[in-house]
Design a protein around this ligand. Structure first.
Ligand SMILES: Nc1nc2c(c(=O)[nH]1)N[C@H]1C(S)=C(S)[C@@H](COP(=O)(O)OP(=O)(O)OC[C@H]3O[C@@H](n4cnc5c(N)ncnc54)[C@H](O)[C@@H]3O)O[C@H]1N2
Ligand code: MOO
Length: 393
């Protein structure tokens, strides 16, 4: 087992192959989940002027009373300059007129026709958002490689950017293969199993916003696999599941070679997920995931998602573990690093059902994976363990 690649080595080798995608300019409003390919600097200052943070009265720096001389509304500023002893009605978001230096909260004001007095005198600057306090023109707001969230979308728009430059969507083909796979789960004979891996992988990668093409299920047959692979011609990344092991009918490796792909590496020292296969065909990257559904899931999480993130320009694409405490004793680990399906409860994690790599019931229950290093001894309940959250799970 020592000759098999370890997780980090395998991830590094895979990520080094991540395809470089062309850039495109798209409306900022359509950029949710996309990764920006250029730094975004403010093209304007926000707020562009001193604005009121409250509804009330903009006051000159006196003790009052003040004479009401007009109104400043959001979108319709007071045009003049206040002279001592004057005030204007002001609404939240409206420009504070020249001559005013504070805002009296409406609740603290007594108004008698055009005279305003304060029950509580506001200090200078009260309830005023100064021009540029959020950002100033030229400020660096979002760095290249940042994923657009709802808040970042709003920031880019507020900073004057109606368009952003991003990598074009990653085209991912997801294919499952195996003679035993039934495409209709409602019509599955005893020698069959419903095909569930490709749907699961497509669901795992969906939040990353790639263009997904589903292929298969494809029978274990070189000609059928060749025809299926032809459907992946235009993809940047091909993810296969099944047929990656050593059986007589595990044909993914030879089929990929027939297709013109070069095998980069095969088999890694993790459990589940040993028969992971990585190949390239020109700039295309092929990720051959093992067929056991939990093996497919775990390797998708540890390899497929990081590969897609890296292709999108994410500079930090790998999942990050957090440290929790074992909720029960955990057994010693063999030569392959193990990723145990587990359920989090506060800062403790307990194992979810069967740890067999075909057990979907345990996978469905799990919300995290406990990371157990190869050759580690048994561990007692309460000891710290690294855990990967199933953020897309
Ligand atoms: N002699 C050896 N046998 C096996 C080894 C080994 O090293 N030596 N490795 C085992 C490990 S570890 C794994 S993981 C599996 C993976 O093998 P394959 O990638 O070739 O997967 P298949 O044989 O095609 O399928 C395994 C299992 O998963 C089911 N499956 C496959 N595809 C789907 C799908 N799309 N949806 C649902 N279920 C699927 C399939 O029916 C099998 O039950 O190999 C071990 N064997
Ligand atoms: O790697 Mo296999 O995934 O142990 O079942």
């Amino acid at each position: 087992m020592t000759d098999l690649l370890g997780l980090e080595q395998a991830q590094a080798r895979l990520l080094a192959l991540a395809p470089l995608l062309p850039l495109e300019s798209i409306p900022t409003e359509a950029a949710l989940g996309r990764i920006i390919a250029e730094d975004i600097r403010a093209a304007r200052t926000q707020p562009a002027a001193d604005l009121s943070a409250m509804d009330g009265y903009a006051l000159t720096p006196d003790e009052g009373p003040w004479t009401l001389v007009g109104e400043s509304r959001a979108g319709a500023p007071f045009p003049g300059t206040l002279t001592p002893g004057e005030c204007v009605r002001i609404s939240t978001g409206a420009i504070v007129p020249q001559g005013a230096d504070r805002v009296l909260l409406q609740e603290d004001a007594v108004r008698d026709e055009s005279t305003v007095t304060a029950t509580e005198l506001p200090p200078p600057g009260r309830h005023i958002r100064l021009a540029g306090f959020d950002f100033r023109s030229g400020d660096l707001l979002l760095t290249r490689g940042t994923r657009i969230t709802a808040g970042r979308m709003a920031l880019a728009l507020a900073a004057g950017h109606g368009q952003v430059t991003v990598t074009r969507p990653v085209r991912v083909a997801v294919m499952d293969s195996g003679d035993e796979l039934a495409s209709d789960p409602a019509h599955c004979l005893p020698h069959q199993i419903p095909a569930s891996n490709a749907a699961m992988i497509a669901a795992l990668i969906a939040p990353l916003g790639c263009e997904v093409v589903r292929i298969g299920p494809v029978p274990d047959d070189r000609a059928a696999l060749a025809a299926a692979l032809a459907q992946a011609e235009a993809s940047d990344i091909l993810i296969t599941s099944g047929g990656a092991s050593v059986g007589d009918h595990d044909l993914i490796k030879p089929a990929l070679t027939d297709w013109g792909a070069q095998i980069a590496f095969w088999k890694i020292a993790i459990k589940p997920g040993k028969p992971l296969l990585v190949a390239t065909r020109g700039s295309q990257v092929v990720l051959g995931l093992p067929g056991n559904p939990v093996s497919s899931f775990v390797t998708a999480l540890l390899f497929a998602l990081p590969l897609i993130r890296a292709s999108q320009g994410d500079p930090d694409p790998l999942p990050k573990p957090e440290t929790l405490r074992a909720g029960e004793d955990l057994p010693a680990v063999g030569p392959r690093r193990e990723f145990l399906r587990a359920v989090r409860n506060g800062d403790h994690v307990r194992l979810a059902g069967s740890q067999d790599s075909s057990a979907l019931s345990a996978l469905a229950e799990a919300d995290c994976l406990i990371d157990r290093p190869a050759h580690s001894p048994a561990l007692h309940a309460g000891e710290p363990v690294p855990v990967f959250k199933l953020q897309n799970g």
